[in-house]
Write a protein of this length. Structure first.
Length: 243
């Protein structure tokens, strides 16, 4: 956030994140909340809407890269997948993909390069936590075989859910699990179960954001002590989301 010139506290960022999740739940592809956050960035600072959208685009790109890294790592141990006997091919794919990701960030988002490694590691950690939640869901469904196969399909379905095709990504994940389970010979009941349970948990957490939808005006997230400056140099206090 600092490179955007937004020195928000963690609680402020968390509140906007939850509100974005709430909007993502009902809008195609889970991207509506991103557009809303870009609007908030522009409203609460001198930040341009373009720069705000660029920051969110980078966040999406880093998330997809992290998902791909985890896919490559786990896929190397799934017998049913191609090249199981040549795991070095997955290593090469991961290295080439990471180089491509780094070049993309450097060329299109040069002002973020100083935070590249930190941001990338955070993305890996966030997607790793998502992967861990999927593992717990599998255990709750008493899945005892092909655990890595389910996790690989889950990660691929997470990428599919990002595409702006369905409401909140619902449907895209299920279709991916359906065909993934056929391809790898997985139990379709468990596959559908983990998909629906994960969506239900996501929806449950996202509904926390509805509080902030009704609690304060959409642009009221800046610190009241440092209101956004107007073009004439005066300031107007729009309130905050600190409550």
């Amino acid at each position: 956030m600092n490179w955007l010139g937004l020195n928000w506290t963690f609680p402020q960022q968390a509140r906007l994140y939850l509100l974005g999740m709430f909007y993502n739940l009902f809008l195609p592809g889970g991207i509506g909340g991103d557009g809303y956050k870009a609007f908030i960035y522009q409203k609460t600072s001198v930040l341009s809407l373009k720069k705000g959208l660029s920051a969110l685009l980078l966040d999406r790109i880093s998330g997809v890269w992290a998902l791909a890294v985890w896919v490559v790592i786990l896929a190397a141990f799934v017998v049913e997948l191609p090249f199981y006997e040549r795991p070095w091919m997955y290593v090469i794919a991961g290295i080439l993909g990471s180089i491509g990701y780094g070049l993309l960030v450097y060329l299109l988002f040069k002002n973020t390069w100083g935070n590249f490694w930190k941001g990338s590691l955070l993305s890996l950690g966030v997607q790793g936590a998502q992967l861990l939640s999927a593992l717990f869901l599998l255990w709750s469904l008493h899945a005892e075989q092909d655990i890595l196969g389910y996790l690989v399909v889950f990660l691929i379905s997470s990428v599919a859910a990002v595409l702006p095709l369905t409401i909140g990504g619902m449907g895209s994940r299920e279709i991916t699990f359906y065909y993934g389970s056929l391809w790898l010979g997985l139990d379709q009941t468990i596959s559908l179960g983990i998909s629906l349970l994960f969506f239900a948990l996501t929806a449950l957490v996202s509904f926390i954001g509805v509080y902030y939808h009704f609690r304060k005006p959409i642009w009221a997230i800046t610190d009241p002590a440092t209101p956004k400056p107007n073009s004439d140099g005066t300031t107007v206090d729009h309130g905050s989301l600190d409550e």
